[in-house]
Unconditional design. Sequence first.
Length: 343
Amino acid sequence: MKALVLEKTRSLSLRDIDLPDTLGPRDVRIAIDTVGICGSDVHYYTHGRIGPFVVESPMVLGHEASGTVSEIGAEVTTLKPGDRVCMEPGIPNPDNRATRLGLYNVDPDVTFWATPPIHGCLAPSVVHPEAFTYKLPDTVSFAQGAMIEPLAVGMQAAAKAKIAPGDTALVIGAGPIGILTALAALAGGCARVFISDLEQIKLDIAGQYSGVHPINIASQNLKDRIRTETDGWGLDVIFEASGNPRAYEGIFDMLRPSGAVVLVGMPIAPVPLDIVAAQAREARIETVFRYAHVYDRAIALVASGKIDLDPLVTKTFAFDDAITAFERAAEGRPGDVKLQIKL
Ligand SMILES: [Zn+2]
């Protein structure tokens, strides 16, 4: 099967490769339609590793996918050939304690597309468990379906925040995950979501959405603006979605008493945290690792029209141009929110 293979750092090829293709009784085979390029795919391409995960042998990239079911295993009951679907890329071990507690995203044995040594989905067809394959309503396009994966991270962040109707939130960082977190927070009941970044083009994209209020920290003092906007009370929720260590400096100063800070971005090194500033407000600190139990809700929000993903798909490339797509993604153009590849 011809797939997009990361041979080693900075070396991609579109070539034939043997991929696991056995259809188990509770699996479905899916003809891939659309795959989004994620920051993690790009990082493996440019650096060959993310933390402890090192690319040691050729690996197929891609984990944000939608497609059409082409074949089902003997015991599959909820899906049939022809169904349009999107897939949750992480598969836990069902017998493990974390999975049995419902915490399957933090199961130590979880396997995840395009996290070494597991192959991703930038190939014409994949085999995937029925349990992690979700039917798309007719109103959700394949492009939107391939955006459910990054949206799920924002959904997990909004769920962890325990938003109350009318809350005011701030998202630090207007990258794809930051914008999707802002949209999930609004859908989850926030009245206002501020979003901060240094790049005006990213803020302009985020600011297209009503209820999202951009703050350019290159020209404005974030803390002063938040103090003014909240009449000195502070934010109910702060989502850190930049991964930039500087975002943590004084972060609790912007939080109302007993507010929540949700850590979504992943700094590449340990970051100092002002514990006393957090204690003085009895801040609640939540962390996010991927997501669990949010795919169906994410799809429902997109299907209902409450979340519009279309403005976030910047450009779509043909499969034959997948390497060009990755080169473009590696450029890191600030106006590129999501690049997708159509098979
Ligand atoms: Zn992703």
